[in-house]
Design a protein around this ligand. Structure first.
Ligand SMILES: [Fe+2]
Length: 411
């Protein structure tokens, strides 16, 4: 247990102790030396500013922090999440905004806790009675069948316990609001069941065993570090232009079997079918986001929401040998955009690089939303009750891309 005494005994002594996160069976240990930590000694009822500072620094260092057996109220969860960005004022998609925007594909998945509107109740099944001010909320775990172009059939799903990554993403509105720095997820009710096999079904033969309903995380740093030099050069020169109201824009589209982006079917809404938008609020974000503590580059793209890419030319003096788009350019063809994104992102979601959360009730996970991408997996019967509290805040500023030194090093 953390004590103030520990803090005061030595000003620099850490308040908490840290151990590696429980490794997923398929994980390559080398990819997890600085990815993921379990934190011991956290008491949500009394967190000093120094302790907040330590948690913030640890999260930026390790990307995912797991606190087990946590008791934390929605107000305390908000306070912890808010500590990462004291100037942030609303939920990541705007307070109650997803509820009103019925065309958005996020609409059915979130129930706002009325007394703490930055915290959402998510999960599966019908919650009995009044819960945190919500009257018998009906929750629904997203099933890949509702989103993927070629889902696993129900018969096959039952026979083999196979499933998919529902949708790889960053928690972000990607229009008007800035991507949250951190998301906190508290497991309140977790039905147990046999592990499930996530199939990639992209011709690779890849599959990964995950706990039922696992949330799966892939490090954006690993994703960048894995790339060969020409793709690193491309990544540090590229700006991703997101669609206006991206979740409405993609509302009729279907996902690839990996959940890492969209099938090219031309089903995106045209701009005049979208709700009114202001060009100035459309998001143009670097492909790589710079970690504010380590300075590392994290390849951070929401592949479903990307509409076009703007690529800067190679800097003066850089070798053009094998370079992609050496003179830069605009990539506006969605098929080409998506093929490029798959090239840079797919290696980073290979089974050995994934952390698959094995949720237990009382688990609190903080993840660096600007340093990892994540996906829901699995399937639940309608009567299986699963409850999580999720909190993130639209950030007070956009993420920062590669600096001059990064461009000089990688471009
Ligand atoms: Fe999410």
């Amino acid at each position: 247990m953390t004590t103030t005494a520990t803090m005061t005994a030595t000003a620099t002594a850490p308040a908490y102790t840290y151990t590696p996160i429980p490794p997923s069976p398929q994980a390559d240990a080398a990819a997890f030396t600085d990815f993921g930590r379990e934190v011991h000694g956290f008491d949500a009822a009394s967190v000093s500013q120094a302790q907040y500072d330590e948690i913030i620094e640890s999260l930026y260092k390790y990307q995912v922090l797991l606190f087990r057996n946590t008791t934390i109220t929605p107000a305390q969860q908000y306070a912890l999440t808010h500590a990462f960005d004291p100037a942030a004022t609303s939920y990541g998609h705007g307070n109650n905004k997803t509820g009103k925007d019925t065309k958005s594909i996020l609409h059915p998945d979130l129930k706002t806790i009325p007394h703490q509107p930055e915290v959402q109740l998510i999960g599966n099944g019908k919650v009995p009675g009044v819960y945190e001010g919500l009257d018998s909320p009906q929750l629904k775990h997203p099933h890949h069948r509702t989103f993927h172009k070629h889902p696993i059939s129900e018969a096959e799903e039952l026979a083999s316990n196979a499933t998919r990554f529902y949708r790889w993403h960053i928690d972000a509105a990607l229009y008007k609001l800035s991507p949250p720095r951190v998301t906190s997820l508290l497991a309140v009710k977790v039905p147990q069941g046999p592990w499930q096999t996530v199939r990639y079904d992209d011709g690779s033969g890849d599959e990964v065993e995950v706990p039922k309903g696992s949330t799966v995380f892939a490090s954006g740093k690993t994703m960048f570090d894995l790339l060969p030099a020409p793709l690193k050069s491309l990544a540090v020169r590229t700006t991703v232009n997101y669609a206006p109201h991206p979740y409405v824009w993609m509302s009729k589209a279907h996902a690839l079997p990996t959940g890492l982006g969209i099938e090219d079917e031309g089903l995106e809404l045209s701009l005049d079918e979208l709700p009114e938008f202001d060009e100035a609020q459309v998001k143009h974000l670097p492909m790589c986001w710079k970690n504010p503590v380590t300075g590392a580059l994290h390849l951070q793209v929401h592949p479903c929401a990307a509409k076009s890419l703007t690529i800067a030319p190679l800097p003066e003096g850089a070798s053009r040998d094998g370079a992609l788009y050496p003179d830069g350019g605009e990539v506006g063809d969605l098929k080409e955009v998506r093929e490029l994104l798959t090239r840079v992102q797919r290696p980073g979601i290979s089974p050995k690089y994934l952390f698959a959360a094995d949720w237990r009730e009382g688990d609190l996970v903080l993840f660096h939303n600007r340093g990892v991408i994540h996906s829901v997996t699995g399937a639940f019967r309608p009567d299986e009750l699963r409850m999580f509290h999720q909190c993130n805040l639209a950030a007070s500023s956009d993420p920062v891309g590669p600096d001059g030194a990064d461009v000089a090093k990688y471009a």
